[in-house]
Design a protein around this ligand. Structure first.
Ligand SMILES: Cc1ncc(C[n+]2csc(CCOP(=O)(O)OP(=O)(O)O)c2C)c(N)n1
Ligand code: SF4
Length: 483
């Protein structure tokens, strides 16, 4: 025991060492006298006293407390500015057994994140929000926050906040208490020991409510920021107790379980039934054909039907009872802007709609080829809408198949079906889905008989081009494309 007895030690809900920097592993990054450190301590103690540490997930914000994940030995997620209540909602819904806490400053919660907090509270999410109100943006050097006091001098209100120019301070606790759904809302302060103990009780109560499935809690914690206020830590604490509390009175603003109207009975339907997709399609057992998992990026310019072939592929996958995902991306221009989409066809659940390394790229024009070819997965396929690659362009990897889709479409009678020609080529080259299925889908979607005939011929033309013009097992040639 080295001659002394430890009677109060760091909460076990904190890591033993804070491995943020090589040295200084026993201290946080907060300024001396900062309220964040005290707020952290209260949360950590409450978690371990309630035995909730092993179930806890902390969502840290952008602001001075961005590094909370270096300190709390719990599940940690750090999110974009203001988004903590939305992320906490997702975490809680995905892991209902966990205890999810959003930790936010006043810039994070009451400025950029206003929408997220109001809607999470209004949905009565079973989460806890710990809202640290120090009346200013600390991390970025002292700009005015929605909670800055009238007359408070900040870098963005150098004459002091004026009601006529910047509005009155935003009372978050009172604002949220006006909603019907929150369960518990209290404002506390970290100005003296008595209030710090009250703050601890409030934090603990919020966690207990969540543990009991009680719904949404928010504890607003008035907190000193000596650095930005240019005050001695003791004076900053006093300022919280004597000045900040005058605008933000302490107290409980809500403490009751919300009374919600009875839930309407929702008929139990599968997503496919609810969306009425695949209706009339034969049962899975009778119709599973040869299909293959594939991630594809399709890129070109607006007007080339880039997004449409992505949708066709996704619809085909759905009809084969695959998991599918279609993610479009396009500029503001209606025509001629760049457009691309990601399509995932999978026999397993899909984790993300984004594809960073597509197994196949359809590049309908040269800029798309140059931009996206480097991202194709090693051994992947590049289908390029031309007879050959540009002279000065050699992809570092990937198997290139040049298909002059626009030329073929022109010969068929309309340049508009170049995208469908390319779809035929993709299906033939990758065998991800059967070509006949594309025809089925087109028949269901295209009402104009002339266009449908053209589309049918375009699919077949793309397939035949790959079948007859591209050698099986062709490898990249010195000039960069397969014959
Ligand atoms: C989208 C976005 N906008 C602006 C910023 C800049 N920014 C970083 S922290 C912050 C405000 C932090 O203030 P607060 O939430 O009160 O936390 P404190 O630092 O006082 O604890 C801002 C505006 C950012 N990081 N991201
Ligand atoms: S700037 Fe203010 S809020 Fe940020 S760490 Fe320092 S005292 Fe705390």
């Amino acid at each position: 025991m080295n001659g002394y007895e430890v009677i109060h030690e760091k909460s076990p809900a904190f890591y033993d060492k804070f491995e943020r920097k090589g040295e200084l592993q026993q201290q946080t990054h907060y300024c001396p006298g900062c309220g964040h450190g005290i707020a952290h301590k209260l949360i950590a103690e409450a978690l371990s006293e309630l035995g909730l540490q092993h179930r806890a997930i902390l969502v840290s914000p952008v602001g001075c407390s961005v590094f909370a994940y270096y300190y709390f030995d719990v599940g940690n997620v750090q999110v974009a500015h203001g988004r903590a209540p939305a992320a906490a909602t997702a975490l809680k819904r995905a892991h209902p057994e966990s205890i999810v806490m959003a930790y936010q400053g006043d810039g994070d919660l009451a400025a950029i994140g206003t929408a997220e907090i109001i809607h999470a509270a209004n949905r009565g999410e079973n989460i806890c929000v710990f809202f640290v109100n120090n009346s200013v943006y600390g991390m970025t050097g002292g700009q005015m926050a929605p909670t800055s006091l009238i007359g408070e001098v900040t870098t963005t209100s150098p004459w002091g906040r004026r009601a006529s120019n910047e509005g009155l301070p935003l009372h978050v606790a009172e604002l949220l208490a006006a909603l019907e759904t929150p369960t518990y809302i209290e404002r506390v302060a970290l100005n003296d020991m008595k209030n710090i103990m009250k703050a601890k009780k409030a934090v603990k109560k919020a966690l207990q409510i969540q543990k009991d499935g009680g719904g949404f809690s928010l504890v607003e914690i008035l907190s000193p920021c000596p650095t930005i206020m240019k005050m001695d830590p003791v004076v900053a604490r006093k300022w919280v107790g004597e000045t900040l509390v005058k605008t933000f009175p302490l107290g409980v603003f809500r403490d009751r379980k919300p009374e919600l109207p009875p839930e309407p009975k929702i008929p139990v339907k599968t997503i496919a039934e609810a969306l009425e997709v695949g209706s009339g399609a034969p049962e899975l057992t009778t119709r599973r054909r040869h299909t293959r998992d594939l991630t594809v990026k399709i890129a070109g310019f607006g007007g080339q039907g880039i997004l449409l072939i992505g949708q066709l592929l996704a619809e085909m996958g759905l009809r084969e009872h695959m998991e599918v995902c279609w993610l479009p991306s396009y500029g503001p221009e209606m025509r001629s802007g760049s457009a691309h989409c990601h399509v995932t066809l999978s026999h397993d659940r899909i984790g993300t709609p984004l594809i960073s390394q597509p197994e196949a790229l359809i590049a309908m024009n040269e800029p798309s080829l140059r931009k996206f070819a480097p991202s194709v997965a090693p051994g992947g396929l590049i289908l390029y809408n031309h007879t050959k690659l540009p002279e000065d362009f050699r992809p570092s990897h990937g198997r290139v198949v040049c298909v002059p889709a626009s030329e073929i479409a022109d010969k068929l009678g309309s340049a508009k079906v170049a995208n469908v020609v390319m779809l035929g080529a993709l299906l033939e080259e990758t065998e991800c889905l059967p070509t006949e299925l594309a025809v089925d889908v087109l028949e269901a979607l295209v009402k104009n008989p002339k266009l449908l005939d053209l589309d049918r011929r375009a699919i077949v033309a793309g397939r035949d081009y790959v079948d007859t013009q591209i050698e099986v097992g062709a490898v990249p040639q010195p000039d960069g494309y397969s014959y």
